[in-house]
Design a protein. Structure first.
Length: 305
C-alpha cells in the first residue's frame, strides 16, 4: 500500500520511521510532497520519494504516482509573511489545499474514493474553554485563532465530502517528543517562563500520534473525527516543575504573558477526553502520561510502537 504524506515534517518523519521499522510494511512506497528542492536530499535519506510542489499552487503539482492512502500533516499556521501570494489571515488555506489534492488525484487518473485520507487537526478548534472543562468529540467547536480556524474549515470541508472521499480527522493534543519539549531551552538556561502557570496541558507523544495515524490509515472513515491525547491532562505548573527536576535546574519562575499575546491566547484551560479513540482502536499509549514521555526523552531512549 503506497502512501503520500503532505507536509512531511516532525510527525511525518516519525510516521516514516515507524513504517520503515515494521516488517509488515516492508516495500511500502512512501511519497512526500515538499515545496522546496532543498528538502529532497533530506527526505530521500529517510527512505521517502520526494515530490516537489505546493499544495496551494495546483499548477506546481507534478504527476502523482498511484497511491492508496494520503496523510495531511501540514501545520495550522498562517502563511509566512514573506509569501505575498497568500493572505496570512485566510482561514480557507487548508480547504484550498485539500481541493487541489482532490483535483491532483483526478488529473492523475486516481479516484479519490479509493484513496482514504487522514487529516491532522488540533484540539485548538475548541477555542477558549475555561475552568478545566472536560471536552470530547461532542463538544461544539469555537476556534478563535487563525490556525484552529484553518483546521476547523478543513474539517468541515472533509465532512461535506465524506461520501465520495473517506477521511478521518484526528484532533491532536499538543505534540511533544525528542527535540520537541516546549520551553525546555529556557528552563535549562534558568530563564523565567513567559506562560501562565495555571491551566491544563493536553499532550500526546509523537510516537502515539503516529499510532493513531496508522490506525486511521487501516480503518478508513470508521469515525470521521477523533480526539487524540494521552488522556492525562496536567497542570502547566506541575509539568514544568517535573521537567525542571529531570533537567536538574531550579524550580521554574513564571511570568504572566500579556493577555493579548499568542502564548496567552493558546493557554486555554480545557481537559481533553480522548477515551473514544483508545476504546475504538483497542490501543494503549506507548507513553501513557507526560512523566513517562519526558523520562524517556531525557534519558535518550525511544520506545518502539
Amino acid at each position: 500500500m503506497s502512501l503520500l504524506i503532505v507536509g512531511c515534517g516532525y510527525v511525518g518523519r516519525e510516521l516514516v520511521r515507524q513504517l520503515r521499522q515494521d516488517p509488515t510494511h516492508a516495500g511500502r512506497l512512501i511519497y512526500a510532497l515538499t515545496r522546496t528542492k532543498q528538502r529532497v536530499a533530506e527526505l530521500e535519506s529517510w527512505g521517502v520519494r520526494p515530490l516537489v510542489g505546493d499544495w496551494l499552487d495546483a499548477a506546481s503539482l507534478p504527476r502523482l504516482p498511484e497511491v492508496q492512502r494520503i496523510v495531511i500533516t501540514v501545520p495550522h499556521r498562517p502563511i509566512d509573511s514573506v509569501d505575498t501570494k497568500h493572505d496570512s489571515k485566510d482561514d480557507q488555506v487548508h480547504v484550498r489545499g485539500l481541493c487541489h489534492i482532490q483535483q491532483w488525484l483526478r488529473r492523475s487518473g486516481i479516484n479519490e474514493s479509493q484513496v482514504p485520507l487522514v487529516y491532522l487537526s488540533t484540539t485548538g478548534v475548541y477555542g477558549d474553554t475555561q475552568a478545566g472543562e472536560i471536552i470530547d468529540e461532542r463538544w461544539p467547536i469555537s476556534p478563535t485563532r487563525i490556525g484552529p480556524k484553518m483546521a476547523s474549515a478543513a474539517e468541515q470541508w472533509l465532512l461535506e465530502h465524506q461520501s465520495d472521499w473517506p477521511s478521518t480527522t484526528l484532533r491532536l493534543a499538543g505534540i511533544y517528543g525528542p527535540d520537541r519539549i516546549p520551553l525546555v531551552r529556557q528552563l535549562q538556561a534558568g530563564l523565567p517562563l513567559s506562560v501562565p502557570r495555571n491551566g491544563y496541558l493536553n499532550l500526546i507523544h509523537v510516537s502515539d500520534a503516529v499510532q493513531a495515524i496508522l490506525w486511521a490509515m487501516a480503518h478508513p472513515g470508521q469515525q470521521p473525527i477523533l480526539l487524540v491525547s494521552d488522556g492525562q491532562p496536567v497542570l502547566r505548573e506541575q509539568f514544568y516543575r517535573y521537567l525542571a527536576q529531570l533537567c536538574g535546574t531550579p524550580e521554574p519562575e513564571f511570568i504572566e504573558p500579556d493577555p493579548s499575546s499568542s502564548k496567552s491566547l493558546r493557554a486555554t484551560d480545557k481537559r481533553i477526553d480522548s477515551s473514544l479513540f483508545w476504546k475504538l482502536s483497542a490501543l494503549s499509549p506507548i507513553y501513557p502520561d507526560y512523566q513517562a514521555g519526558l523520562c524517556a526523552i531525557m534519558k535518550g531512549s525511544f520506545k518502539e510502537a
